[in-house]
Design a protein around this ligand. Structure first.
Ligand code: SF4
Length: 394
């Protein structure tokens, strides 16, 4: 058998060769071949793997950013049932899209799906475009997502790198620099690309990510690992030190006050501006507790600043703790008495719309996670399950 050897430096002390044999089956790198074999035996039956339609791959990739797999599958099924193709997303009402996204966080992703779908309708015959450059030009699609769609849906030979891939390659090839550093990311991306078996990008990319999720986890299952014989970190006894972490972002604790005003059996909610955190979602008014304030003072000030309403707290409904990105939020929730102001047409200084709605209708609106918990507590209390007093954790 003759072939052209392509040397691929995969670690400081390891040199492998990839060989290509014209039209014949390529001799894949043993790590890549092992991953492909493992994936064929162990892949999870995820809904987008049924047909790898570009639309399904696109939605799943965007959803799975920052979302656990089981949760992502549930949201994916609901989304596809409601919005089966890009034209459906392009013409959907933003409230419907945000409601489908409620609970996944990072709501700009949902709004970008609408924007990207509209570009697909306008410029790509209502379909997901099939090349990396066109994908990158779409709102909300960065380098990772573009390569994921191009490889998984269209078979382009492009390696993708997510946190799972970084962990697997850091260990296999003893990458000894922090994974958060750009140079390290580039090094791992190069490794992943060099090992990619031509024509097998879909399976290879998913194999590495799946392997990182199921075997080479944070606490890896080295005892049952089919790649143990190839693993530099295991050979050196330093698995616990790979990948090398970078400096963690500091966790910030924030106190926020919010309040519910009732009038004639209806609750007041307002819609947040498009830009900024939770853009386009509905909420009970409120804001951050400033230094020197107690939450009861905050909610009175916030209602005056946001709506020019005078209100008075009558009771504390709950204290809800939840987290997002690097923030840990304590949400102080109050029942409020409306004292004076323009109840029907308040000036909206921090919102784009407002409504008085029955409690039973709250489920139709997309709310930030903390406000959804409060809404659930109000509903439970109204349903005779108590006042919801106390503390809930994420
Ligand atoms: S031996 Fe352990 S650390 Fe190395 S690739 Fe396998 S699971 Fe990961």
């Amino acid at each position: 058998m003759t072939g052209r050897g392509l040397p691929v430096k995969v670690s400081d002390n390891t040199l492998y060769f990839l060989s290509f044999f014209g039209e014949r089956m390529p001799d894949f790198h043993p790590v890549a071949q092992t991953l492909l074999d493992w994936f064929a035996q162990n892949m999870r039956p995820l809904p987008w793997r049924a047909d790898y339609s570009p639309y399904h791959v696109w939605i799943s990739e965007v959803m799975l950013q920052q979302t656990q797999m089981e949760r992502g599958v549930e949201y994916f099924r609901r989304w596809i049932a409601a919005l089966p193709d890009p034209p459906a997303v392009a013409t959907a009402h933003e409230d419907e899209v945000l409601k489908l996204w409620e609970g996944l966080g990072y709501y700009s992703r949902a709004r970008n799906l609408i924007k990207a779908a509209r570009v697909m309708v306008r410029d790509h015959h209502g379909r997901v475009p099939d090349d990396e450059a066109a994908l990158r030009a779409l709102p909300g699609i960065g380098p990772y997502t573009a390569r994921a769609i191009a490889s998984l849906a269209f078979g382009h030979d492009l390696a993708v790198v997510d946190a799972n891939v970084e962990r697997v390659f850091s260990r296999l090839f003893d990458v000894d620099t922090p994974v958060r550093e750009t140079a390290t990311k580039r090094r791992i991306a190069d490794l992943a690309q060099q090992l990619l078996p031509p024509g097998r990008a879909r399976d290879y990319n998913q194999a590495v990510m799946e392997f990182g999720a199921l075997v080479c986890r944070k606490n890896p299952d080295c005892g049952h690992c089919p790649l143990a014989a190839h693993c530099e970190a295991r050979r050196l006894g330093i698995v616990a030190h790979r990948p090398v972490p970078g400096k963690q972002a500091d966790i910030q604790h924030v106190d926020v006050a919010t309040g519910v005003v009732r009038r004639g059996g209806l609750l007041f909610i307002q819609r947040r501006p498009e830009d900024g955190v939770w853009g386009g979602l509905w909420e009970f008014p409120g804001g951050t507790v400033e230094p020197g304030e107690i939450p009861e003072q905050t909610i009175v000030r916030e209602y005056m600043e946001e709506l020019e309403w005078a209100v008075a707290p009558t009771r504390r409904i709950a204290t809800i703790r939840h987290g997002y990105t690097r923030f840990r939020v304590t949400l102080h929730c109050f029942e409020l008495e409306f004292l004076h102001g323009d109840a029907e047409n308040p000036p909206l200084h921090e919102a784009t719309q407002c409504r008085w709605i029955p409690l039973a209708d709250l489920g139709r609106y997309a709310l930030p996670a903390g406000h959804r918990k409060l809404a659930d507590m109000l509903s439970a209390a109204e349903g005779g399950e108590g006042e919801g007093e106390g503390e809930r954790k994420k």
